[in-house]
Write a protein that binds this ligand. Structure first.
Ligand SMILES: Cc1cc2nc3c(=O)[nH]c(=O)nc-3n(C[C@H](O)[C@H](O)[C@H](O)COP(=O)(O)O)c2cc1C
Length: 186
């Protein structure tokens, strides 16, 4: 069965993770029926600052405004199976952990959790305070997956994109896609 995926991009540092994920989903189109994308205002500001472009406008996925509760995945009946928030700010994490559903990102995460589907939060900040840690605990207890934006080095990445891909490849695996990525000892 082809997949229906929600990608939310929020205003944490690490727009490169969002870019690489969207590129990867483009390349996996044979496994995907729909990709719905929501970006917060800060996500766009951080993307422009860090990547020095507005290339999020170039993707052909279905983009929705954060204020648009009429988007299909604002309801569980639309049967989107997985939501990836990448990068996920501590603010968005906190709103999800505490059940706020006051915009399309937090509402969609709430829906995914209540439907017992897959929610992946690529959380990014450092250091963490106890509020962040407790919010991660709450989301984990509710069935979400906190996958911090922590790159690995054992594949010997040579470029910033290679390094960021070590995070995105884990997200792709967690989301259940078939993909050829670096596998330790293979
Ligand atoms: C350049 C820049 C980098 C930021 N990096 C982070 C970050 O790594 N983690 C975080 O939680 N917030 C970060 N923020 C702050 C968030 O953008 C801010 O808390 C915002 O309210 C998050 O809103 P959103 O979750 O709706 O995008 C950053 C802001 C800017 C301008």
């Amino acid at each position: 069965m082809k997949r229906k995926i929600i990608v939310a991009v929020t205003g944490a540092s690490g727009s490169i993770y969002a870019k690489l994920l969207l590129d990867k989903l483009n390349s996996l189109s044979n496994q995907i029926e729909k990709v719905g994308v929501v970006m917060s205002k800060n996500a766009k500001d951080v993307w422009k600052w860090e990547l020095e472009n507005e290339e999020y406008n170039n993707y052909t996925f279905d983009f929705y405004e954060k204020s648009n509760f009429m988007a299909p995945f604002a309801s569980g009946s639309a049967k989107y199976d997985t939501m990836i928030i990448i990068p996920c700010s501590m603010g968005t994490l906190g709103r999800i952990a505490n059940g706020f559903s006051d915009d399309l990102i937090t509402r969609s995460a709430d829906v995914i959790l209540k439907e017992r589907r897959k929610l992946i939060l690529v959380a990014r900040d450092t250091p963490l305070n106890l509020i962040h840690i407790n919010n991660m605990k709450a989301v984990t207890e509710a069935g979400g997956i906190v996958c911090p934006a922590v790159p690995s080095y054992y594949s010997k990445p040579q470029t910033i994109e290679d390094l960021a891909s070590t995070v995105v490849d884990r997200v792709i695996d967690l989301a259940g896609f078939q993909s050829n990525s670096y596998r330790w000892s293979e």
